[in-house]
Unconditional design. Structure first.
Length: 688
C-alpha cells in the first residue's frame, strides 16, 4: 500500500493569470481605501478578473479536498500502526477479559446499590459495558465476540422494552454461543413482552440460573416447556400469583436451589434434589412437602400460617436455618442443625414466649449449634443467659447479635468464659453508638480474649460515618492469637443472602491476579495489626513485588480460623471467597478454583518454573510436618472417619507474568493429607 509523500504530488503551479491579478492588487486596495476613485475604465479590468477567479475557485476547492482526504488516510494509517505498541494490547487475552468482567461487575454493582439505576440498567441497553467495550477497537470487539462466556455470565432483560429490543436480544443471544446462561427476566406487560419471552424460551435448554419477576399471564410461556436440563437455581416472583400453580421445576433434574417469593411449595412443586430453599409457609401442605425434600440442607422460611394446630415436622438433613420469626420454630425439628438465624421481631413486645419457642425447638431437635445469629427485639433483658446456657448452645463458635439501644446487658452476659465456652467469633451489630456501650464491649472482649478462646471480634455500625472510635482501643486488644476489626453493616436479617451460597469444595486452589507493586489496603485493614503468617511462601517474584506478596498472604491469613476444642487452625474457604467478593479495590482479581497443584502451575499458568522442583517442594513438606506445624502453616486434626486423622498444609505460590512487570499470579493452596497418622509423624508420602 502506498501513501502520498508530500504536497508536491498534487499539481499546484503558480499560474501566469494569478501573477497578473496580483499585479492589480495595489489598484484594488486604493479603490477600497478611497484614495482613488473608481473610474469607468476600471470596470472592464475588474469584471475580467472576477470571472477568472470564479472559474479557478472550484479547481482549488477540489485540490484542497484531495489534500484533506489524503491527510485523513495518512493519520488513520499512523494511528493504527502506533496502536500496535499500546501497553494494553500487550495484556494476555485472559487478563483483558478479566478487566472487561470487572468493568461489567462494577456497572451492575452500581445498579444494585442505587435503586434509581436498578430499573434503568439491563443487558439490552446498548450503553451497557459489553456493547461499549466492543466499539472501542477491533481487538476488543474480536476479544468479546470470541468470548461467549462474557455475554452469558449475566443476561438481564427488563421491561419496558424498546421497539428494537427483540433484535438486540437476538444479537445478544447469538453472542452467548452455546454457553449456559445466567438469566434475569422482569416483565410487566403481557401484551408487549410476548416477543421477548418467545425469544428467551428458545434458549431454555441453556438456562443455568434463572430469576423471573412477571405476571401470571407471562408464565404461560413456560407451560409448553417440560425440561430444563441445565437449570441449577431458580428465583420466582409472580405479581398476581396467589393462586398460581406450576410443575415447571420438576423438569429440572439439576435444580438444587429454589427461592419462591410469596409462594408456597404446594403452588410451585420442587424436585427431590433441592438442597437450598427460600420461601413462604402458607398452609399445612407446605410443611408436609418441605419434610419430603430428602436433601434439604439450608432453608429460609417466612411464616404466613398460625402454628397452633400444626404438627411438628422433622427436617432430617437440615444444617442451616433462617427464620423471620420464632413461630415457625414451634413446629420444626432439625436434629443436624448447626447454624440458626432468627430475624428481628417487627410486631409485638418481646415476651417470654419468644424464649420458650427457641428453648423448646433446641430441646426438641437435640442439635448442637455452631453458629447463632439473633436479630434485635428477640432477647429480653433477663433471658440471654438462659438461652446461652442450653446444651445445644454449648458448642457455638460463632455468635452474631444485633443490639438495639440500651440492650448492652446482652453482651455483658458473655463476660464469663463459662458462657458459650467454645465461642471463637463474635459479631456485634450496633444500630446506635454509645461511649458507655463501647466501654462495656471492650471490657467483655478483653475478658474473653484473656480466657484464650475468642479469636475474632467484628463490630458493625449501622451508620459507619456516625461512630467515634479510637482505633487505639482496638489495637490494644489485638494480639497474634486475637483479632478485632470494624466491618460494614450486615445485620442478621441479611444472613439468608449468604445462607443460599453454593457450598465450598473440600480441596481447592484459588488463582489471584495481582498488579501494583505496593501493599494492598482494604477497609478492615485500618483496624488490623500485623498477624502471624499462616501460609508458606514460595516466590519467584522480583524484589519489587515481594512487599505486595506479603500483603496478599496477610489478606489470605485472615481466613485461617481456629477450631474448638483443640485450637487447630483450618482455612475457611467460604470466608475467603466472601472477602474477595467484598474487596473494594481493582488491584486484585479472583480467577478460578483448581484441584491440582504442581501440574496446574506448570500447565495452566505456563510459568517458567521447574515442575520437578515444585513436586519436590511439596513432597519435602510432608516429610517435615512437625517443622511446618511449628512454623504455623500446617495443622494436625482428627477426621470424622473412624481411626483416621489428617494434616492441612497451607501455601501461596507467587509466579511473575512474562512481559508484565507489575502483574503476578498468586496461587492460594490448601493440601489435605488424610489417613492413619500420628501428630508427630513424618513419613514420606508419594503421589501428591
Amino acid at each position: 500500500m502506498s501513501y502520498p509523500g508530500d504536497c508536491g504530488s498534487i499539481n499546484l503551479p503558480l499560474e501566469s493569470w494569478l501573477k497578473a491579478i496580483q499585479g492589480s492588487d495595489s489598484l484594488v486596495s486604493q479603490i477600497l481605501r478611497g484614495s482613488r476613485p473608481l473610474l469607468d475604465s476600471d470596470h472592464s479590468l475588474l469584471s475580467a478578473e472576477i470571472v477568472e477567479l470564479e472559474q479557478q475557485q472550484p479547481m482549488y476547492d477540489a485540490q484542497l479536498q484531495e489534500i484533506q482526504l489524503r491527510r485523513c488516510a495518512l493519520l488513520e494509517a499512523l494511528k493504527s500502526r502506533k496502536s500496535i505498541y499500546a501497553p494494553i494490547r500487550r495484556l494476555p487475552r485472559d487478563i483483558l477479559i478479566e478487566i472487561f468482567h470487572s468493568v461489567c461487575d462494577s456497572w451492575w454493582q452500581e445498579a444494585d446499590e442505587d435503586w434509581g439505576l436498578r430499573h434503568r440498567r439491563h443487558s439490552l441497553a446498548v450503553s451497557g459495558p459489553l456493547w461499549v467495550l466492543g466499539r472501542v477497537c477491533g481487538l476488543w470487539r474480536h476479544t468479546l465476540h470470541a468470548s461467549p462466556a462474557s455475554w452469558a455470565r449475566k443476561l438481564v432483560v427488563q421491561a419496558p422494552f424498546s421497539k428494537y429490543a427483540p433484535e438486540i436480544l437476538q444479537t445478544y443471544l447469538e453472542h452467548t454461543g452455546e454457553h449456559l446462561l445466567n438469566l434475569e427476566v422482569c416483565c410487566s406487560n403481557p401484551v408487549t413482552d410476548d416477543k421477548i419471552l418467545s425469544l428467551l424460551v428458545q434458549s431454555c435448554q441453556r438456562w443455568k440460573n434463572l430469576r423471573i419477576i412477571a405476571t401470571k399471564q407471562h408464565m404461560r410461556h413456560f407451560k409448553s416447556m417440560s425440561q430444563f436440563p441445565a437449570l441449577q437455581t431458580i428465583d420466582i416472583e409472580i405479581y398476581d400469583g396467589y393462586d398460581y400453580h406450576s410443575d415447571m421445576c420438576l423438569g429440572a433434574p439439576q435444580l438444587w436451589q429454589a427461592s419462591l417469593r410469596g409462594h408456597g411449595i404446594h403452588q410451585i412443586k420442587l424436585p427431590p434434589g433441592i438442597t437450598h430453599f427460600s420461601g413462604y409457609i402458607t398452609c399445612l401442605e407446605d410443611f408436609r412437602l418441605l419434610a419430603e425434600l430428602p436433601n434439604l440442607r439450608r432453608c429460609h422460611l417466612v411464616m404466613r400460617l398460625a402454628t397452633k394446630e400444626v404438627p411438628v415436622v422433622t427436617i432430617a438433613q437440615l444444617t442451616h436455618l433462617y427464620v423471620d420469626g420464632v413461630d415457625v420454630l414451634n413446629v420444626l425439628s432439625a436434629p443436624l442443625l448447626s447454624s440458626l438465624t432468627i430475624n428481628r421481631i417487627t410486631q409485638g413486645p418481646r415476651s417470654s414466649s419468644t424464649q420458650e419457642y427457641i428453648t423448646r425447638f433446641l430441646h426438641r431437635s437435640r442439635c448442637h449449634l455452631e453458629s447463632l445469629s439473633v436479630g434485635k427485639a428477640i432477647f429480653t433483658s433477663a433471658t440471654p443467659s438462659r438461652v446461652f446456657a442450653l446444651e445445644a448452645c454449648s458448642t457455638i463458635s460463632r455468635l452474631k447479635l444485633e443490639l438495639p439501644p440500651r440492650m448492652i446487658n446482652i453482651v455483658e452476659a458473655l463476660t464469663s468464659p463459662s458462657v458459650l465456652p467454645n465461642l471463637h467469633h463474635l459479631i456485634l451489630c450496633l444500630s446506635q453508638h454509645s461511649e458507655d456501650e463501647w466501654t462495656t464491649i471492650l471490657h467483655v472482649v478483653r475478658s474473653r480474649r484473656d480466657a484464650g478462646l475468642l479469636k475474632l471480634v467484628e463490630v458493625q455500625f449501622k451508620d459507619e460515618y456516625d461512630y467515634h472510635l479510637d482505633s487505639g482501643d482496638i489495637r490494644t486488644l489485638i494480639r497474634d492469637d486475637h483479632e478485632m476489626r470494624v466491618e460494614k453493616w450486615n445485620p442478621p436479617h441479611q444472613d439468608h443472602w449468604y445462607l443460599l451460597d453454593q457450598p465450598s469444595q473440600v480441596f481447592f486452589q484459588t488463582l489471584l491476579h495481582i498488579n501494583k507493586p505496593y501493599p494492598i489496603v482494604s477497609f478492615k485493614e485500618n483496624f488490623i495489626a500485623n498477624l502471624a503468617l499462616a501460609f508458606d511462601q514460595f516466590s519467584k517474584l522480583p524484589e519489587t513485588l515481594e512487599p505486595t506478596m506479603t500483603e496478599v498472604i496477610k489478606l489470605v491469613g485472615h481466613s485461617v480460623k481456629s477450631n474448638a476444642p483443640t485450637d487447630t487452625k483450618r482455612f475457611n474457604r467460604k470466608d475467603f471467597k466472601a472477602s474477595l467478593d467484598r474487596y473494594p479495590g481493582t488491584d486484585l482479581t479472583f480467577d478460578m478454583f483448581k484441584t491440582t497443584i504442581a501440574q496446574f502451575l506448570f500447565d495452566a499458568l505456563q510459568a517458567e518454573v521447574d515442575l520437578h522442583e515444585l513436586e519436590t517442594t511439596i513432597e519435602t513438606t510432608f516429610t517435615h510436618l512437625k517443622e511446618k506445624k511449628e512454623k504455623g502453616v500446617a495443622d494436625f486434626s482428627k477426621c470424622s472417619s473412624e481411626g483416621n486423622s489428617s494434616w492441612e498444609y497451607r501455601a501461596v505460590f507467587a509466579i511473575p507474568l512474562a512481559d508484565l512487570s507489575n502483574y503476578f499470579y498468586g496461587l492460594v493452596t490448601t493440601i489435605k493429607l488424610e489417613g492413619d497418622h500420628r501428630p508427630d509423624e513424618a513419613r514420606r508420602h508419594r503421589g501428591l
